[in-house]
Design a binder for this molecule. Sequence first.
Ligand code: BEZ
Ligand code: FE
Length: 335
Amino acid sequence: MAEPRRENSGPVGPPLLDLTIDNITPNTIRINSQSDDQRLTYLLSRLVTHLHDFARETRLSTDEWMAGLEFLIACGKICSEVRNEFILLSDTLGLSLLLDNINHPKPAGATEGSVLGPFHTHDAPLLENGASMTSDPAGEPMLAVCTVRDTAGNPIEGIKIDIWETDSSGHYDVQHSDRNEPSERCVMVSDEEGRFWFKGLKPVSYPIPHDGPVGKLLERLGRHPWRPAHIHFMFEKEGWDKLITALYLKGDPYETSDAVFGVKKSLVIELGKVDKETAEKYGVEEGTWLLKHDFVLTTQKDTEKLRDDLAKEALAKLGLHNLKLVDHLPVPDLD
Ligand code: BEZ
Ligand code: FE
């Protein structure tokens, strides 16, 4: 390991001696503020402030501190190539949804975002419009007929759309140890009229993985691990704000108690049934479940502007002054 850096000019700042409950925070921030990376300095400064305030406000006991560290160690130990307990922790603490709301604000009329979750993969097959993405004969078939438009109603052609959902048992393909190819997932591209359509399954509700430390925490908190029935969509095209969202089925028993806080009213939909004409047009049986939805995307430029405006407003409201936005992120304004 490299020797720690020793400054020729001697130590920076006041001597770190006799630190107390009241002065440890500014001193820790000061010693952490020697990097040229302004954003890192700001992040560490706010992190230390909130961590120290948390300990002071709760009079955190040493046993509780140790239990917290052991919980984090257990989260690390259960992580694998296909399992990230820390994302699950972030999801169940509401942090993931909060970050999506901060980073991808939406003007009225645009499709809102939702949680990504840990089950998106990069090996989904590219399917032609009208193809089936399901290989589960036990599920209830569903035809999805969708469009993607801008906020003025113009169709967006050539958007890449990742779509994924569970099988009828409430498991994603990656949760099956014998998975040898992707299933219940695909990638599509919108046509010149912004349309895409595919055959999948009527979504079912399912519990998030709860056999690890996060599941134990939920149990201790008296919380259930269920997500309401949903299907995930991710839209990507240069110049457009990446949209990660999901559509939720109205009337699901977990509609207002999602374990990861992903449901928004505008994302709750009702399935219809395919009529005779539609059945003939799309090659499905009459009476099949029908999902019809029009997605609305915003440009990257509009989103960045909205994000900056909201950031300035939020920081002022929090009483955080003398900050400026660099690359759309706050840092101390030292000029
Ligand atoms: C999901 O919807 O796939 C999901 C989201 C958060 C945690 C676990 C699963
Ligand atoms: Fe999901």
